[in-house]
Ligand binder design. Structure first.
Ligand code: OFO
Length: 177
């Protein structure tokens, strides 16, 4: 049976994953309005991934005898200056999620909840990958630049990146959840 305190913080994490999903969806939609198809496709996919992170937590809470709650989410930011702002916010959001996962790990360690600690290892690895990914996209922007044809080339690159990521996911046998 899940410790009450652990159930509560995992439910808080559900809300954070839902908020990430909704923010990425909003970013994807903004990219769509600017004709940035590659960035939009990438962000729609990231939004889906965040939703699977939320579902994975819900399932864990339920399977452990707890009650997973569906959070209400405030409307996320919907105007962005440019893709640099978008991917800087993605990195900031991922760092915030990593910190939050580490806080849960601290609590579970204190409470000697080894089962939840084991479950959370997947999130630790995932966050490491996601932060690395966001940093590499920001590096790409820096290298390509956004002036002249830069934005077009960056978006094209993101489209290719998206296909490569999807192929990798298929090869490894499915999604993140
Ligand atoms: Fe689920 O927050 Fe990152 O991946």
């Amino acid at each position: 049976m899940l410790n009450e305190k652990v159930e509560k913080i995992l439910n808080t994490q559900i809300a954070k994953e839902a908020a990430s999903s909704s923010l990425y969806l909003s970013m994807a939609s903004w990219c769509d309005t600017k004709g940035l198809d590659g960035c939009a496709a990438f962000l729609y996919d990231q939004a889906d991934e965040e939703r699977t992170h939320m579902l994975k937590l819900m399932k864990y809470i339920s399977d452990s005898g707890g009650h997973a709650r569906v959070p209400s989410i405030p409307e996320p930011q919907f105007q962005f200056r440019d893709v640099t702002e978008i991917f800087s916010l993605v990195l900031k959001s991922e760092m915030h999620i990593s910190e939050s996962i580490h806080d849960i790990i601290d609590t579970c360690t204190k409470l000697r909840d080894y089962t939840t600690l084991h479950f959370l290892q997947w999130y630790v690895t995932e966050q490491h990958e996601e932060e690395k990914l966001a940093r590499s996209i920001l590096d790409k922007i820096e290298i390509i630049g956004l002036k002249g044809q830069g934005l077009y080339l960056f978006d094209k690159d993101m489209a290719g990146f998206q296909v490569a990521t999807e192929m990798k996911t298929q090869e490894s046998g499915g999604g993140a959840a």
